[in-house]
Design a protein around this ligand. Structure first.
Ligand SMILES: Cc1ncc(COP(=O)(O)O)c(C=O)c1O
Length: 476
């Protein structure tokens, strides 16, 4: 587009913007089983109004906008209280889980730079199930990720394997409560003991679990300790824009003590410009997400969250039992809260996701790894829980449809990928192969099964290169 010579009317603009959404997944009808956390109409309306009322205020400088300092400290303290931090615990609001995690890694790296200057190649020890945000942090911050295998049945890491991966270069241990992929909690208490024994920082990624698990615990569900109650846990990330049902752009990074958090904060007076003091990655930032989060916490209150959590857990139980009752599908591991994944030994789950897509559902595919089969992921929340029975019916129907379809020949695809890997330029050969499945250019694919099959057969490193190239072309 070019900026028009004459501006358009408000009506034209809003109409066009709405029209852009015509191919988007129908999240409002509760048909998208990831990405969206919908608290329902009234809470969403309150959040929206609160967000818009702080849209223009700039979080860059709390001395000019004390209201934002108030909003941030209120929301952070409420989250710390929920996660059993004491009065020494501190934190900040960030734009999301990724930023919270990147800051936790930066803090650990910079603390080690001061306290352990002998460490020239810092390492962090991560279970294989840890979120990709840690890999991104490693990449951006030059910290080496040391990956630890998980148990192939429980999908949790073994604490002793974490211990074995610690070296004199270790600056941070990481575990999830729960991990996104299978929704299971790592042995946080045992890893906390190791962290204390080895005197190393320990971050718990409770981005998805922080709020939901805390209310499950208040309701009497069996939830292992995962927060500041565990000695040795030094930082926790909890996203309010997931199961806190806040508007997007809001996560909390928390530290057990201020003397750890100080390594997160950046100040700069070395320019001709204004004095810059940034606790987080962003500098200028809207106050919208802070006000939105403050509003939803106060609007729902403990009782509101408990009601949602109880209903979501009931729906999840129905869904898990219903999926396990379909002979061709099996839920993986023992998910603790309302997110899980399922596999099939008899049908291609990527084809199943496409068939469900034709009925308007979005269910996310996850690739196989040496320790996990390919699977489909589901996160249940307030905005989707009412659809559990319809989803189950469509799953049953679609499994039968996929059974009658020509199956994708996985072995043939593996062989073609293998041949491409042997060619003189594997990157180009794999790129051509993926392109031939429809993943190229600026048009978005409508069916993903064949594409996923090819990507799943590629070695991770080359798959990543291919995906980077794909996005480099997609956004013109
Ligand atoms: C466990 C976990 N950690 C971190 C993240 C990253 O969060 P965000 O997408 O808000 O950056 C996610 C996202 O789903 C997650 O599930």
């Amino acid at each position: 587009m070019h900026i028009p010579q004459q501006g358009l009317s408000k009506e034209e603009i809003l109409h066009t913007l709405q029209a852009f959404k015509s191919r988007d997944a129908d999240w409002k009808a509760g048909k998208v089983w990831c990405y969206i956390y919908n608290p329902g109409e009234d809470p969403a309306e309150v959040t929206r109004e609160a967000y818009l009322s702080f849209l223009s205020e700039n979080g860059l400088d709390p001395t000019v906008f004390p209201s934002l300092l108030r909003l941030e400290t209120d929301v952070v303290r409420a989250t710390i209280n929920l996660l059993h931090g004491d009065s020494n615990a501190v934190g900040h609001l960030t734009s999301g889980g990724t930023e919270s995690i990147m800051l936790a890694v930066k803090t650990a790296r910079d603390k080690a730079r001061v306290e352990h200057p002998e460490i020239t190649q810092p390492e962090m020890v991560l279970p294989k199930t840890a979120h990709a945000a840690f890999h991104k942090a490693a990449h951006y911050l030059s910290v080496k990720p040391i990956l630890v295998d998980i148990h192939p049945k429980t999908f949790t890491v073994r604490a002793e394997d974490m211990r074995a991966a610690i070296t004199p270069n270790t600056i941070l241990l990481v575990a999830s409560a729960p991990s996104y992929s299978q929704g299971v909690i790592d042995p946080i208490a045992e890893i906390g003991k190791i962290a204390q024994e080895k005197n190393v920082l320990f971050h718990v990624d409770a981005c998805v679990g922080g709020i939901h698990l805390s209310f499950m615990r208040k309701l009497g569900y069996a939830v292992p300790d995962f927060d500041f109650t565990v000695p040795g846990v030094t930082s926790i990330s909890t996203d309010l824009h997931k199961y806190g049902y806040a508007a997007k752009g809001c996560s909390v990074i928390m530290y057990r003590r201020k003397d750890i958090r100080k390594y997160q904060i950046f100040a700069c007076t070395d320019t001709t410009g204004y004095t810059l003091i940034n606790p987080t990655m962003l500098s200028s930032k809207t106050g919208g997400p802070m006000a939105g989060a403050w509003a939803i916490l106060n609007f729902l209150g403990e009782e509101g969250y408990k009601k949602i959590v109880e209903e979501v857990q009931e729906a999840t139980k129905t869904l898990i039992n219903g999926i396990n009752a379909i002979q061709d599908l099996q839920v993986l591991g023992e998910p603790v809260m309302c997110m899980f994944s399922f596999k099939s030994d008899t049908i291609n789950v990527y084809q199943l996701a496409d068939e469900m897509g034709k009925r308007g559902w979005y269910i996310q595919g996850q690739f196989s790894t040496p320790l996990t089969p390919r699977n489909l992921h589901i996160s249940v929340n307030q905005g989707t829980m009412h659809n559990v029975d319809v989803l189950l019916k469509d799953l049953r129907d679609c499994v039968e449809i996929v059974k009658r379809m020509t199956p994708i020949d996985s072995d043939a695809i593996k062989a073609t990928v293998g041949a491409a890997l042997q060619s003189p330029d594997p990157e180009a050969a794999l790129g051509q192969l993926a392109e031939s499945t429809g993943l190229a250019g600026t048009e978005l694919p409508t069916e993903m099964a064949l594409i996923n099959e090819v990507l799943d057969a590629m070695p991770d490193e080359l798959c990543n290169v291919f995906l980077v190239n794909y996005f480099n072309d997609l956004y013109v």
